[in-house]
Design a protein around this ligand. Structure first.
Ligand code: A3P
Length: 259
């Protein structure tokens, strides 16, 4: 499948087992499928735009005992390469509506992803799971169902936002670490949206403009809960809630749709 954006870019995607993927991922598919985690590997398993970068930075800050300089050693994509490194999985979820909004703006600025089209068009694309990396519903439901069967720590973006120290403490315990209160407070401070937006090791400012054009939409865009209210119409919201109920039926997961 090839999608052409209004910028003239041709983005080639391929559907693998029902999920749209970039060609580079498709090339690696066999390797990804045969990946076996070692007992002390740690995998971060997020849906796009759920706060991947945020949890990556939190994990590294804990790993480095709150040493800010050590966390400056490389850009986040190098400190946490996608799929090649792994401990037990740690999915992090964010409510679907804010994910959709964030992903829409990300596709506008990321020239390696298809152009999202209008917001109305994107709304349909997203609820049908026809975005790169697949359906939010399948991702979240899948991990939610696995969470008690394996050594998995399931985190919510909204919880980290509401009480970062408490959630960071959970990650710390999961990682088998025991850090002082002062170190924890420092990690909370250093992983705030404001700090990470200014930090060249986390804000993607080192990525070329031909790949990510932050003048269209910054990578660290808003970092808030509930921005969907500035995008969804009342009718879209009703339709979304109906789709959500159907797709997430049978799960005990409560994503606080009133967020
Ligand atoms: P918004 O577009 O809603 O602002 P990912 O890293 O998975 O691509 O997710 C990016 C989203 O997480 C963006 O959301 C970004 O602003 C938000 N984010 C990144 N770091 C954050 C932080 N420290 N606090 C809150 N939100 C953060």
């Amino acid at each position: 499948m090839a999608l052409t954006s209004e910028l003239g870019k041709q983005i080639k995607l391929k559907e693998v087992e029902g999920t749209l993927l970039q060609l580079a991922t498709v090339d690696n598919w066999n390797q990804i499928q045969s990946f076996e985690a070692k007992p002390d590997d740690l995998l971060i398993c997020t849906y796009p735009k759920a706060g991947t970068t945020w949890i990556q930075e939190i994990v590294d800050m804990i790993e480095q005992n709150g040493d800010v300089e050590k966390c400056q050693r490389a850009i986040i994509q190098q400190r946490h390469p996608f799929i090649e490194w792994a401990r037990p999985p740690q999915p992090s979820a964010r409510n679907a509506k804010d994910c959709m909004v964030s992903y829409y703006h990300f596709q506008r600025m990321n020239h390696k992803l298809p152009d999202p089209g209008t917001w109305e068009e994107y709304f349909e694309t997203f609820i049908n799971g026809k975005v790169v990396w697949g359906s939010w519903f399948d991702h979240v439901k899948g991990w939610w169902e696995m969470k008690d069967r394996y050594q998995i720590l399931f985190l919510f973006y909204e919880d980290i936002k509401r009480d970062p120290k408490h959630e960071i403490q959970k990650v710390m315990k999961f990682m088998g670490k025991n850090l002082d209160e002062t170190v924890l407070d420092k990690i909370v401070q250093e992983t705030s949206f404001e700090k990470m937006k200014e930090n060249p090791m986390t804000n993607r400012s080192t990525v070329s403009k031909s790949i990510m054009d932050q003048s269209i939409s910054p990578f660290m865009r808003k970092g808030t809960v509930g921005d969907w209210k500035n995008h969804f119409t009342v009718a879209q919201n009703e339709r979304f809630d109906e789709v959500y109920r159907k797709k997430m039926e049978g799960t005990s997961i409560n994503f606080c749709m009133e967020l």
